[in-house]
Design a protein around this ligand. Structure first.
Ligand code: ATP
Length: 640
């Protein structure tokens, strides 16, 4: 494996140079040149710039350049140290309060509330008046003033993040709470906290200057920007340059810090880290531009998706060695129980994997209407946005949460359309209304101006389908699109999806994700069954439904109530359930992953991990030692 080379990301170069120059000037220039910030020369008061005093002299004849540099040292140090203390205390308090709840939450939030009740500047004045002005008091007062803003943000962000799938999954994987907080939750809340840090550092500089301006900050004759403004104010009309210098220094300091932290947040965001990098090929030697097989519009080749569980726990493969070809004009169903890896496989195609999950081997290729195939995860965010929605689109389970509730349907549709094509608003409106009509929305023109809550669940899902198809993508991923709907509406949406291929005549390929093998008969030409992160069987739908070769597919069929009872049930109207639950990804048994739940399991199943054996005819494949596709010698050796 190649060793990582340290390099500054492109986006960070300008802010880093700017901040380094600014801070460097403040701290290094006084070491090189002999500046005296306190030497008074009354005869030269308010003198203009000269070689000896490039920024002129103040009302006491002191060198203004020296004062602005030393003042900067004080302001920046106070702001940085105070913000860092506020960040550390506030984040800790908010994180612990939100994650562990109970008394932790009560104490954390009430302490922050008490501080927030006081108007900040009054609280600052109160503390400074009690403890006396000075740098240490300033740092303490600023940290006290600003830690509640960090704790509030950390609290709300932790509440949001801790119910997300990947945190739940870490819990399910038995990771210790302290580890989840430090390794999983903290990195995911750092974005807003870093932004808050920049705002706080900037606010600290202004509050410090304000207090010094009032004579309650840095003690004279030590220089500070606030003091400089205060004394320059007296001569403002005679010498406006005197007030401009410290104000410009304040402006530059705040701008440089904000720019730096803003960019840093983008770079630290795990989703942004992929910018300009090929996440798949980075793990493989010799991988280049992804390739597509003949007639395929998207393809996964031997894709493995791995969850990084931190330094102490080994990584876990959530999806293993999955290959899938989505062909033009073909509907593919991806079927399996909850947790089998269907959604992650689809998200990998979209280049939208959650943070912490990376492709560690294999290849992802998505065909474009124009241009060479791409792996979305390897594209810069802006480039990926051009492909998503345009060449590959996705609809989700819950149309209410996929549509923005505060924007009219029409606005959301035209916005999506205009993002991918160069058309004006009127044309976008026309196309959107036509799209609404094509998915069976009555009175489409008036629905165009409706808000999502004014439509029924089925209508909303139709809108989502219309939106997804607006740019005429080659691939449409439908992730359990009917699960959140009433049974009657489900049937209507299934009919709509089934008819899409004929109504959408540009070779659309649909990947239909479902946990219900029974409902795919009408819609899919090809079925891929997943279990515990692996493909266990695939083939033409009619063949798989009539004669499943993998015991898990058979069990899945027999547990499904379906309109196609005649296709699969040999047991009349009695439905079987699949006993047990799928293994957690880090607890897969040796040999065959499904053997614990398989009625046909033999001792050999514990020793051999079956491959996905393909029939010589090249169509069907099954991952079972006893499937007709499996080479006979494998079990003969172990048989009695
Ligand atoms: N963000 C994540 N972090 C860690 N593990 C995850 C994450 N997302 C999914 N997983 C795990 O990966 C495995 C596959 O999940 P996936 O969501 O792809 O399954 P699924 O078949 O789509 O299930 P469902 O039908 O419930 O959505 C599961 O074991 C799940 O717990």
């Amino acid at each position: 494996m190649k060793s990582k080379r340290f390099s500054i990301p492109g986006r960070m170069v300008l802010p880093t140079v700017l901040l380094t120059l600014f801070v460097g000037t403040m701290f290094i220039a006084p070491l090189i040149f002999t500046f005296d910030a306190t030497k008074i020369a009354v005869s030269e008061r308010l003198a203009g710039p000269s070689w000896a005093h490039p920024l002129g002299q103040d009302g006491f004849g002191r060198d203004r350049l020296a004062r602005v540099l030393y003042g900067g040292q004080v302001s920046l140090t106070v702001a940085f140290v105070a913000s860092l203390i506020a960040l550390a205390i506030g984040t800790f308090v908010g994180l612990i309060g939100a994650y562990f709840r109970g008394p932790f939450e009560f104490i954390a939030m009430r302490v922050s509330d008490v501080v927030l009740y006081f108007p900040p500047i009054l609280l600052a004045l109160l503390v400074v008046t009690i403890f006396g002005p000075g740098v240490t008091t300033l740092v303490a007062v600023l940290a006290l003033l600003f830690f509640p803003s960090f704790s509030r943000i950390a609290y709300s962000e932790t509440m949001r993040v801790s119910v997300l799938d990947f945190v739940e999954a870490s819990r399910a994987l038995g990771t210790a709470p302290s580890r989840i907080v430090a390794r999983t939750v903290l990195p995911n809340i750092m974005g807003p906290i870093l932004v808050q840090f920049s705002l706080t550092a900037a606010a600290c500089i202004t509050v410090e200057s304000g207090l010094s301006f009032l004579g309650l900050g840095v003690v004279p004759p030590a220089p500070s920007w606030g003091q400089m403004i205060r004394s320059a104010r007296t001569y403002m009309e005679q010498d406006p340059f005197g007030i401009f210098v410290p104000c410009a220094a304040l402006f530059l300091a705040i701008y440089a810090i904000n720019l730096f932290v803003d960019r840093l947040r983008d770079v630290l965001d795990p989703k942004g880290q992929l910018e300009g990098k090929d996440a798949v090929s980075a793990t493989k030697d010799g991988a280049g531009t992804p390739e597509l097989g003949e007639g395929n519009v998207a393809e996964l080749r031997a894709l493995t998706l791995t969850l990084d569980r931190g330094a102490d726990l080994p990584p876990v493969d959530l999806v293993k060695d999955v290959s899938m070809a989505l062909r033009a004009n073909q509907n593919t169903a991806l079927v399996g129980e909850s947790g089998s890896g269907k959604s992650l496989t689809a998200l990998a195609l979209m280049g939208l994997l959650p943070s912490g999950i990376q492709p560690t081997s294999g290849q992802i290729a998505v065909g474009r209407k124009a241009g060479t195939p791409v792996d979305l995860a390897s594209l810069a965010p802006h480039a990926a946005e051009q492909v998503r929605g345009n060449d590959i689109a996705m609809i989700f389970q819950e149309p209410m949460t996929s549509l923005n509730p505060v924007l009219r349907i029409g606005f959301q549709m035209t916005e999506a359309l205009q993002a991918h094509s160069d058309i004006d608003r009127a044309e976008a409106r026309e196309k959107s209304i036509a799209a609404l009509q094509s998915v069976g929305i009555p009175e489409a023109a008036s629905r165009f101006d409706a808000y999502p809550h004014e439509l029924s669940g089925g209508m909303r899902q139709r809108v989502m389908i219309a939106m997804a198809l607006l740019a005429e993508p080659k691939v449409l991923i439908a992730d359990e699109p009917t699960t959140a709907l009433d049974v009657t509406i489900q049937a209507e949406i299934m009919d709509l999806l089934r008819d899409l291929r004929s109504s959408h005549g540009s070779g659309l390929s649909m990947l239909f994700i479902s946990h219900n093998l029974g409902i795919v008969a009408d819609i899919a030409d090809w079925v891929v069954v997943m279990y515990s992160g692996e493909v266990v069987e695939e083939g033409p739908t009619d063949q798989i439904l009539r004669d499943p070769h993998h015991p898990y597919t058979r069990a899945l069929l027999e547990s499904m109530p379906s309109a196609h009872e005649d296709l699969h049930s040999a047991k009349g109207d009695r439905l079987d359930t699949i006993k047990g639950t799928p293994p957690l990804p880090h607890l897969r048994p040796s040999g065959c992953s499904s053997r614990d739940r398989c009625p046909m399991a033999q001792p050999v199943c514990a020793t051999i991990h079956p491959d996905l054996y393909r029939a010589t005819s090249g169509t069907r494949a099954a991952r079972c030692l006893f499937a007709p596709e499996a080479p006979e010698h494998l079990i003969q050796k172990e048989a009695v």
